[in-house]
Design a protein around this ligand. Structure first.
Ligand SMILES: Nc1ncnc2c1ncn2[C@@H]1O[C@H](COP(=O)(O)OP(=O)(O)O)[C@@H](O)[C@H]1O
Ligand SMILES: [Mg+2]
Length: 148
């Protein structure tokens, strides 16, 4: 079931079409909201997810995103791993440069996404594919568990 809940586990969503991109955005927003992300935090993460999912589709030839809720005591987070088996990124520094595009884009997706999250990691092998993993954290005050 895709229905998110307080105890939602990891979910994997395909990225193979524009419709999939819309669904990924919607699911990331819902998951972030349920973890206690504020509206601004939600929008930052959805914006990053949108760019990375589009890269998976356009540059990676399609793939999937793994969505993992994280619980670290008082902090809850969301980890998103965008996975493809496309051509890979030969020069990561270049790809992360504002304005660099290998064709057709604005070249602000990867660099912009990096600025919108707390943790950002690219694992890419030429000829094998690319995984971009981002993590955002929402600090929430947990309900008191003290028994009177
Ligand atoms: N998943 C991917 N697989 C292969 N190349 C990628 C991937 N994601 C990004 N890139 C490369 O990094 C460049 C920069 O990405 P980005 O900043 O999103 O710009 P844009 O998508 O507008 O070209 C892309 O033009 C592309 O060459
Ligand atoms: Mg892009």
């Amino acid at each position: 079931m895709m229905q998110a809940s307080r105890h939602a586990g990891p979910a994997s969503l395909p990225i193979g079409s524009d419709a999939d991109l819309a669904w990924v955005r919607q699911q990331v927003r819902q998951a972030a909201a349920e973890l206690g992300f504020g509206l601004v935090q939600q929008t930052k993460l959805v914006t990053a997810a949108s760019e990375l999912a589009r890269n998976t589709l356009v540059h990676g030839g399609g793939g999937h995103v793994q969505i993992t809720p994280l619980d670290a005591g008082s902090s809850r987070g969301l980890r998103l791993a965008f996975v493809d088996t496309g051509p890979g990124i030969r020069d990561l520094d270049q790809a992360l440069t504002d304005g660099y595009t290998s064709g057709g884009g604005l070249g602000l997706g990867l660099s912009g996404a990096k600025r919108l999250v707390q943790e950002f990691e690219v694992d890419s092998r030429p000829g094998e594919g690319t995984t971009v993993t981002v993590t955002a954290w929402a600090t929430v005050v947990p309900p008191s568990r003290t028994v009177p």
